[in-house]
Design a protein around this ligand. Structure first.
Ligand code: EPZ
Length: 433
């Protein structure tokens, strides 16, 4: 049976209060899990969030023969030694795009990998050309048949190469960092993404003996070698998208919301936008405290472009649009990373938002517009959470379907939101199988 959320909106009142601790980052823990195939023994991962994508990655890795077990509540032990297969299970891999992260470590460890065109959120075309071009540069042969890709490394080993990525991509950067660690010779990766999740992966591998130079810059030089012997465990960094989403929720619905266990520096672009909009945020070493909103008399007129890190994250674009519906003025949001990531706006308009689409990637949001509760189908992880925020701000009740999307990226969201005063209930959808 499918789940749905029933939410009673606050009708714009600022009633939420308390503390929300941030969980480990989905997009950091998934590549760290995949990296276990680069090791000669078991690795430990801490601060692992309880989310569906971690379960899918565990299932997929187990189907390859790796042993994935929970050591305690948030610690996973992954033993790669028993891995024997190199063919990704199609049904599981198609459920989340991050499955493609396994291509790098499997190809460099076993010299072969078979994977389907990866699935995941429908937010644009999401091609995989950069993966295929990069692997070819490292000497792999690529065969494509029936939407499946079979890659072989000659004599079972990838060779170092000089690879320039024409687009800065998070999972491409992570995949090739991992591929290069076991390749023969030196690999130079250029135009590498700077997202904290990429840096965290590189630092983890470095701390375990990988030879990586240039971490934190867009050019990495990696000298390949033998499988790594585990020395240090992985501490998953706090989820910056969760942090940003709760900051936006706090800005809209609270004068006293403490977001703890986070890294304020990772959401600097959002903090700046919120402060410019009058939101009062007190910043600690690992906390962000929303203390109210001093709305200016003059209307806001901001233009926000999504951008690779440290620019404004595409994953916070949808909740930012919800925020702008409650700001006086006309604010423009330009989605530059994915071409299909504004489709949820039609639903916000049905809730009462006044948004003009300039084209498929630019939206002008006019505020303030009260929102009315309604039934919504979350189209992807991040828009799903934006709908939750909109439903909390709205007058009346809302139902959010496709809760699976929200569960993919956010741990037990209803329990955590209830704890700060949100009226939210998870229930089985009537009539669902
Ligand atoms: C990562 O996706 C995140 N996923 C996404 O999070 C996030 O939205 C995105 O980075 C941007 O920050 C994970 O880390 C698991 P990209 P990724 O490749 O790596 C183009 C979420 O909800 N491109 O950095 O898939 C691509 O189409 C999500 O958690 C190519 O053209 O994104 C896009 O325009 C969804 N060819 C651009 O690069 C390729 O071969 C940047 O996307 C690969 C990518």
């Amino acid at each position: 049976m499918k789940d749905e959320f029933l939410i009673q909106g606050l009708a714009g009142k600022r009633l939420l209060k308390g503390e929300i601790p941030i969980r480990g980052s989905k997009n950091a823990v998934l590549p760290a899990m995949a990296s276990s195939f680069l090791f000669s023994g078991p690795i430990l991962l801490h601060n692992v969030p309880h989310i569906e994508d971690v379960l899918r990655m565990s299932e997929l890795m187990s189907s390859l023969g790796a042993k994935v077990s929970a050591k305690n509540d948030r610690t996973l032990l992954i033993s790669p030694e028993s891995a024997h297969a190199h063919i990704l299970d199609t049904a599981i891999a198609k459920r989340f795009r991050a499955s493609i992260l396994l291509s790098g470590p499997l190809l460099s460890r076993f010299g072969k990998v078979v994977f389907p065109y990866p699935g995941g959120c429908v937010i644009g075309k999401r091609p995989i050309d950069l993966f295929l071009q990069g692997f070819k540069k490292m000497g792999a042969r690529v065969l494509e048949r029936d939407e499946h890709f079979t890659l072989f490394a000659p004599k079972g080993k990838l060779s170092g190469a000089d690879i320039f990525f024409k687009i800065q991509s998070v999972t491409v950067s992570e995949t090739f960092i991992m591929a290069a660690v076991l390749a023969r010779g030196v690999t130079v990766l250029r135009n590498v993404a700077l997202e904290p999740e990429v840096t965290a992966l590189a630092q983890f591998l470095l701390s375990n003996g990988a030879r990586i130079e240039g971490i934190g810059t867009t050019t990495l030089k990696i000298t390949g070698g033998a499988p790594l012997s585990p020395k240090h465990s992985y501490d998953t960094i706090p989820d910056r998208i969760e942090t940003g989403s709760f900051l936006l929720l706090g800005a809209l619905s609270s004068d006293n919301l403490l977001i703890s266990d986070c890294k304020p520096d990772h959401v600097r672009a959002l903090i700046d936008v919120l402060r410019e909009s009058g939101v009062i945020i007190k910043e600690g070493k690992d906390t962000l405290h929303v203390r109210g909103w001093k709305k200016a008399n003059t209307p806001l007129s901001l233009q926000i472009k999504t951008h690779e890190y440290p620019g404004f994250p595409t994953d916070l674009q949808a909740p930012l649009v919800v925020f702008f519906t409650q700001c006086k003025g006309e604010n423009l949001v330009f989605e530059t990373i994915f071409e299909g990531r504004l489709s949820y706006i039609e639903d916000l308009k049905r809730m009462g938002a006044d948004i003009v689409m300039w084209d498929t990637q630019r939206a002008l949001i006019k505020g303030v517009t009260p929102l009315k509760g309604r039934e919504l189908d979350g189209p992807d992880i991040r828009a799903g959470l934006a709908f939750l925020i909109a439903a909390i701000v709205a007058r009346g009740s809302s139902i959010i379907n496709n809760v699976y999307y929200i569960d993919r990226g956010y741990e037990r969201i209803e329990e955590r939101l209830s704890a700060v005063g949100v009226s939210i209930e998870r229930r089985k959808k009537a009539g669902s199988a």
